[in-house]
Ligand binder design. Sequence first.
Ligand code: ZN
Length: 414
Amino acid sequence: MKNTLDQDRNELYALGDELFIHPQLGYKEFTNKKILTEYFESHGLRVTDLGFRTAFKVSVGSGSPRIGLIAELDAIPTLGHPFANKDDYAAHSCGHSTQCAIMAYTLVKLKDIVKKGTVTLYFTPAEEFTDIAFRKQLIRKGEIRYIGGKVNMQAAGQFDEEDLLIHLHTMGQSDYHFSLNSALSGFVYKEITFKGKATHAAVAPDKGINALNAFVLFDNALNMLRETFREEDFIRIHGILSTGGQTVNSIPEKTVYECYVRSMNEKALRETAARVDNAAKCCAKAIGASVSIRTTPGYLPMHQNRAINDIIRKNMLKYCKPEEIHDGEISMAAGDIGDLSLFKPTVQFGYSGFAGNCHGKDLCIVDKQRAYLEPAKIVYDTVKYLLDHEDYVNKIKQDFTPAMTKEEYLAYLG
Ligand SMILES: [Zn+2]
């Protein structure tokens, strides 16, 4: 006999289709929020607004254990995607619309069976680190404090009462059926401005201070630092020189280097970011230039909770063979789910059913059973298990140590 998730699958697919064709960028996801709110209301569930323009949550049940589910609302600019928004090319080329449909449908189905415990589904805005000028405006207006949606929500303590968090993300086109225990890197964004003194480049270079040379010195220092990076920290520094100088016949007065510093290890990330700053300051000083550094926190590395993933794996194996699960992938991609994983036992698993590349104009859903129904059943079965085994949840909580204190986190965010 088919279970209840199978019976109403067309409702799930219709919700997914509706969300997929209404993409909006972070903090602008009002249409998806409306579609989801109406969906919940049609099932007798009320949504609670969480601020930050579009964040909201929906709960079923009461008391412990407390399980948090996470779905991302936002799209990403993708030129040429068939459903790209005409204003800013926003498209669901990262498949976040499918997360929202899966989690919303699963919560509605869980409503009927939760006897003890609470399941809260959080809809989080602005996971993609994009549309920065608009978000900086929002920061100036006080509507948000940080670029990433979950970062704002985490800093405001919105996940504090959860025992654990479950999230999922499409793998895009993949040879695997599912992925599990994948690591994600963390990053910070830096804008490093070297200032020198412009003079005639041919007549009076002796009277100038060459800001481009300060950068060249610094770039060499970065290369020398690279040999000190430990393999296990997966550190990457990559950037562009967005301003090289002002005119060829003058000594460059100003150069601007923009870069990301990435690592799989949050301590190494913070230490490396500090070493980059130190190198920039010392290299500028070495030739009499000055430097200003603007750092914008990106996201922190993702740590997966193995005990939760053990339950998810058992539920995945209802649909595939063990070798069809990609276990323990190390990805240099980053997401703001990483910030949450430092404070709560957290997982993000990957699902298939797509063709094309994530963030590509060709990303589309080709197998609805894999892209919607199977992940919904996996979340449903996993949550059901956790609600029925409070001792298992308590053990997960006991074994978990946060990677940093809230104070350290807020200090890091600046
Ligand atoms: Zn994504």
